[in-house]
Every structure is written in structure tokens, then in C-alpha cells.
Write a protein that binds this ligand. Structure first.
Ligand SMILES: *Cc1c(COP(=O)(O)O)cnc(C)c1O
Length: 246
């Protein structure tokens, strides 16, 4: 596996998809999904130009922070977060992508307020109503956004989704378009609330081109950068197999 080559390949894919959609590739963040990777691999990725890393598990986040693995790169949290672990994440990451329930939203805001800081967050939306996945149903997204806007400890930056694993190119495009439209609708409804919801976190190794075509501003890529992962244990947050890429 050549990390530099993989990064170049994904960046070229982003650039091509962005150009085809009339977008500026610079508007799309390549977030390295670092679950199961060692501190050493993360250091190599950052040395090779990765500017943002996304962690799934509190334990791995904490270990990599203790190791000072990220260097100058941003750290994001993208995995399922239990309310009792909020204290290990709030204030330690740039952005929490996976705010998936009102209870979690309130717990994050509480913790942040007690630390005198504002935590940037995204609302995770369960677009396809999958029972196996967390996230707000689309019809509850506006209420959740209004709640977020009313809580001092958080700043709502946008939406995130993990659609079903695609088995063919183009398959997840409707999901990505739906998330983008949902963000537009919420923004339209919240003009008084001074929310700047400019982040759309969508797209992974198998479907990031479709996500970029639909307006993604942050793609979360693991296996296309680091190679295939060993399967995660039960309770892990691996979103299942993704398309073979390139
Ligand atoms: C693992 C993971 C990714 C990256 O998945 P790949 O298919 O390896 O690119 C993206 N987002 C989340 C939330 C993940 O858990």
C-alpha cells in the first residue's frame, strides 16, 4: 500500500467529480477515516498531506491524542457516541459529525457549556430509516436543528449521513441529494437563528464521487487511503462493506 499514491488518487477523484459538477475542489475536505489505524500510520498520512482525521471510537481518539499522532491535522469525531463518553470528546475535536439524538445533543451542549466552550457539531440524519443505524429521521431534522440553535454549548455547522452501502455507482446519489436539500430547507426555515450550516459530511471510499456531485463539503475516506480494514467487532461502527474503488 502506498499512502501517498492513494491520497493522490482520491484527490484526483475529488477534483474530477468537482469539476464535472462545476465545483471548486478546494471546497471539499478530504477527511481520513482512521479507525483501526495505528498512530504511526496516522503520522504518515499527515506527513503525506492529510489535513483532517476522523475517529470512530473514543478509545482510539484518546490513544492517538495521547500519542500526539495527528500533528497539525484537525481531529473530528465521526462514530457513534454514547452520552457517558461525551466528556472524552467535547473540546478535544474540531467537529462532532455524529450527533444522532436529542439526548446526545443536550449532553454535548451541557458538557461544552460547563467547559466554557462552543462545540461545533453536525446532525447525523438516518435518510433511509435503517434500523441498524443511528441518526435523526429526516422529518425530525428541523426540530433538532432548532434545538441545537437554542443551546449555548453547541454551534450547528451542518448535516451528515451514512447511507446504505452502495453496490453500484450512482446508487447513493439520491440519498446525497436528499441530504443537501434537507440542509437547504433547514437553512431556509432558520433565517432568524444565525446558523451557518455550510458543512455536508457525506461520501466514503465507495461513493465519494456521487457525494461530491451532490454537494458534499467533507468526504470521509478510510479504505481507499489505508487499504481494507479487518472487520470490526460487534458494537463497532463500521458502516459495512463499500464499493470496490478504482
Ligand atoms: C469507516 C467510516 C468511513 C470510511 O469508510 P470507508 O468505506 O473505509 O471509506 C466513513 N464514515 C464513517 C462514519 C465511518 O465509520
Amino acid at each position: 500500500m502506498d499512502l501517498r499514491e492513494n491520497i493522490e488518487r482520491v484527490r484526483a477523484g475529488i477534483a474530477a467529480a468537482a469539476r464535472a459538477a462545476g465545483r471548486n475542489p478546494a471546497d471539499i475536505t478530504l477527511l481520513a477515516a482512521t479507525k483501526t489505524q495505528s498512530s504511526e500510520t496516522i503520522r504518515a498520512a499527515v506527513a503525506a498531506g492529510i489535513t483532517a482525521c476522523g475517529e470512530n471510537r473514543v478509545q482510539e481518539l484518546t490513544a492517538h491524542l495521547d500519542d500526539d499522532a495527528y500533528g497539525p491535522a484537525q481531529v473530528h469525531f465521526i462514530g457513534h457516541l454514547q452520552t457517558n463518553k461525551v466528556k472524552y470528546v467535547v473540546g478535544r475535536v474540531e467537529l462532532i459529525h455524529s450527533v444522532s439524538s436529542e439526548r446526545l445533543l443536550r449532553a454535548i451542549a451541557d458538557r461544552a457549556e460547563r467547559m466554557w466552550l462552543t462545540q461545533d457539531i453536525l446532525l447525523e440524519i438516518n435518510l433511509a430509516g435503517e434500523a441498524s443505524k443511528s441518526g435523526f429521521p429526516p422529518e425530525e431534522a428541523l426540530a433538532a436543528a432548532r434545538l441545537a440553535a437554542s443551546l449555548k454549548g453547541v454551534r450547528l455547522r451542518g448535516l451528515m449521513c451514512i447511507p446504505p452501502a452502495a453496490s453500484a455507482p450512482g446508487e447513493n446519489l439520491p440519498h446525497f441529494q436528499k441530504l443537501r436539500q434537507l440542509a437547504v430547507d433547514i437553512r431556509g426555515e432558520m433565517v432568524d437563528n444565525r446558523v451557518d450550516m455550510d458543512v455536508l459530511s457525506m461520501g466514503m471510499s465507495g461513493d465519494y464521487r456521487d457525494a461530491v456531485a451532490a454537494g458534499s463539503t467533507c468526504i470521509r475516506v478510510g479504505s481507499a487511503l489505508f487499504g481494507p480494514r479487518p472487520p470490526m467487532s460487534p458494537g463497532g461502527t463500521a458502516p459495512g462493506p463499500s464499493l470496490p474503488h478504482d
